[in-house]
Write a protein that binds this ligand. Sequence first.
Ligand SMILES: Nc1nc2c(c(=O)[nH]1)N[C@H]1C(S)=C(S)[C@@H](COP(=O)(O)O)O[C@H]1N2
Ligand SMILES: [Mo]
Length: 534
Amino acid sequence: MTTSETETELGTEEETEHRPRYYGLAAGALAASMSLAFGELVSGLSDNIPGLVLGVGEWVIDIAPGSIAALGIETAGNADKPILLWGISILSIVFGALIGDLSHRHGRWPAIAGFGLFGLFGGFTTARNPMSSAGASWIWSLVAAAIGASLLVFLLERLQRPTRLRTALEDPVDPRATRRAFLIWSAGAGAAALATLGLGRGVRGTSAAETARDALALPTVNPPSTAPTTTAPAIGEDALSGLSSYITPNNSFYRIDTALSIPQVDPADWKLSFTGMVDNPFEVTFDEILAMDLEDHTITLSCVSNEIGGNLVGNATWTGVPLETLLDRAGVQAGATQIVGRSVDDWTAGFPTEVIGDGRNALLAVGMNGEPLPILHGFPARLVVAGLYGYVSAVKWIEEIRLTTWDDFDGFWIPRGWSKEGPMKTTSRIDVPRRNADVIAGATPIAGVAWAPTRGISRVEVSVDQGPWIECELSEVTTDETWVLWNTRWEAPAGDHTITVRAYDGGGDLQPLGPANPRPDGAEGWHTIRVDVT
Ligand SMILES: Nc1nc2c(c(=O)[nH]1)N[C@H]1C(S)=C(S)[C@@H](COP(=O)(O)O)O[C@H]1N2
Ligand SMILES: [Mo]
């Protein structure tokens, strides 16, 4: 650009120099906010264009080193996702402010270059989302950036030329007149950005997935011939407040996934493909699955990241088709040693083919506790494999099951430092009394859950202040693939006490003492709590 252009568009260096730098910073921040808000509006109006912030967030999760990703996604639960998205928004606005500062001092080129980069980065991150339309993501991201750049140039020009009308009436370089114009236009831009953001949120309607799920009634399930007929557990939340219920209600079931926006899968345009080392690759539709013989199985699912005493574990009755039935139809080839599930958002997990037919339940599940799968838990279909941690098996929003060899493929968490095989470890947890609870002296229940799918739990013991191990009463369970509820009574004397629990699996093996961290293959340790008895 030529010097004369600088002069006509943004004033001479001399003119701008005496203006405080916060004009540029503020204009840049506003321009970036408007860009982001516009991105939100587009993503609100469309089913398959992610917002710019979301796109960047997904890219961050993908490239983050395993330890950081795990720390964020798994250990911190889901509180980390808003933090990540806010962090990205704030960084983008700071970046915009810096561009604004440069433009304020050097003319419009930094605005164009800076927002150009912003648009390219936004396009790259949103287009790589496997659920997005790549071309549209690129275009809208660049449009959002162009809006940001134009707004920035426009606001800075107000410092030279208040408005066309005013230019005629007032001295165009009267600092007060131009400052007033800048402030008015900036306030307007801020309000417009907020309105755009609000509109973007407002137009986000019910997804086709939610509508389809609401309309869906699962076919009634004939109990499988192998289903045990044992009754509900002898103890439940009524008797012991604070004790987990045998069946975890859907709305309190833990949720873990890498998805920053929950995949909204319309079953009408969904298919599950069986691919790779199979003789008859095929696809099934959702209706075809519903027409198959569905079975109900109660299976405890746990996250490998669950700490000792943690609550990333739950027990649900899953409705679905045995994976074996589907794999028989596909005709698994002799050399296949790994079953890999892939979700619509390209998350993957793999487990050995050997677990199919070894007696455990492995389901392609479409129902959870008598309802269609909640969207958060994988609607329209997911895998649930008894005895394996979720990260190697429980693919939600699944769309492909690929047969391959063990060495040929690693699921999402494997290169991030987690063990390739994920059998669940024998684990027990004290629910009652609560950790650090104030307990009244006298007869006190101690109760909790213990699980070792698929081996089952044969015995649970507690010890107070490292004293003798006391055997606890166990609830009835429907199968060895679920947790058991256990309880005992304790004559609590006044003072500070510790209570420790440990379990034995169905084979009589004692729960590992550890201690071991969740990484790489699941936590080990005997859950111990402190209570204050008065
Ligand atoms: N598509 C997808 N499926 C996924 C994951 C994921 O990140 N994406 N996480 C897995 C992990 S680590 C666990 S522990 C379980 C948790 O299932 P839930 O959220 O239904 O409890 O889902 C598994 N399935
Ligand atoms: Mo997990």
